[in-house]
Design a binder for this molecule. Structure first.
Ligand SMILES: [Zn+2]
Length: 274
């Protein structure tokens, strides 16, 4: 599932393609993905000019000349592909495709249909139901030791569960929370309210660190590997614990443990994380 770094990589790839470009045509294959799409979305978009894409949590926001903003959520398995010209063919999961005045296309495919497209009033994005309750951006200045202290204080749930809560921090998922907790030396099972002292001091920098490293890797993947029509935002990452159950910890060689928390698998080193 795409998390903040994957979504940021897609945003970075879209920026030079769409910014300042008029929408020549829109190909929309259905009226719903996870939820119903705005009515006449294809007609509304056609003829408008894209501004510069930005990101909030795991959402991509594409401002339009008509004072509205197109929101894209990749869901569980959604992907964006970019083409220099009209694609030779469309796959059956290519639900939303946009032709730009410079002949480029971008195509949103979503096999599991957990993604979403919506139109927001520009300038009023923060009031949108999907964005209104969202916590701070972990790469913004508002995210700090002090902020974490405030939101974690008194919480009885495991720290991993708290960090996955989008109302506290935007954009984190299973992969980067697991990696950040390893980097900070904190067990995912530790009570959130008990992350204090040295552990609390290490946590915010660890989160920023793993996100920035992954975004860097995503950027490298764009420069080196993406062919026209290749899926953007899924890149090979160097992960320390996530997906490495039973393998030796890179730091101490103890086997990485797998635990189930809130219905998801977590990975950690019982020797390095307390
Ligand atoms: Zn270890």
């Amino acid at each position: 599932m795409p998390e903040l770094p994957e979504v940021e990589t897609v945003r970075t790839a879209l920026e030079p393609v769409v910014t300042g470009q008029q929408i020549r045509s829109v190909r929309l294959t259905r009226g719903d993905l996870r939820w119903p799409l705005p009515e006449r979305l294809d007609e509304i978009l056609t003829g408008q000019i894209f501004g510069m894409p930005w990101r909030r949590g795991k959402y991509i926001l594409l401002p339009l000349s008509g004072q509205q903003t197109l929101l894209i959520h990749l869901g569980m398995s959604g992907a964006i592909r970019i083409y220099d010209n009209c694609p030779d063919s469309f796959g059956k999961h290519d639900h939303f495709s946009v032709e730009l005045a410079n002949n480029n296309w971008f195509v949103f495919s979503d096999p599991r249909r957990f993604g979403h497209l919506d139109l927001l009033q520009s300038g009023n994005e923060a009031a949108h139901p999907l964005l209104a309750a969202m916590g701070v951006e972990p790469l913004s200045n508002a995210f700090s030791r002090t902020y974490l202290d405030e939101v974690l204080a008194g919480r009885k749930q495991p720290i991993k569960t708290a960090l996955l809560d989008q109302r506290l921090i935007a954009g984190l998922g299973n992969i980067y929370v697991s990696e950040a907790l390893f980097k900070a030396g904190i067990s995912p099972r530790r009570q959130a309210g008990n992350v204090v002292g040295k552990r609390a001091q290490r946590l915010a920098p660890a989160i920023r660190n793993v996100l920035n490293a992954a975004i860097e890797q995503g950027g490298t993947s764009l420069r080196d590997h993406v062919q026209p029509g290749g899926e953007i935002g899924y890149f090979v990452q160097s992960l320390q614990v996530y997906g490495r159950g039973g393998e030796p910890c890179n730091s101490c060689s103890a086997p990485i443990k797998v635990i189930r928390q809130g219905g998801r698998s977590g990975f950690y080193c019982p020797n390095c994380q307390h």
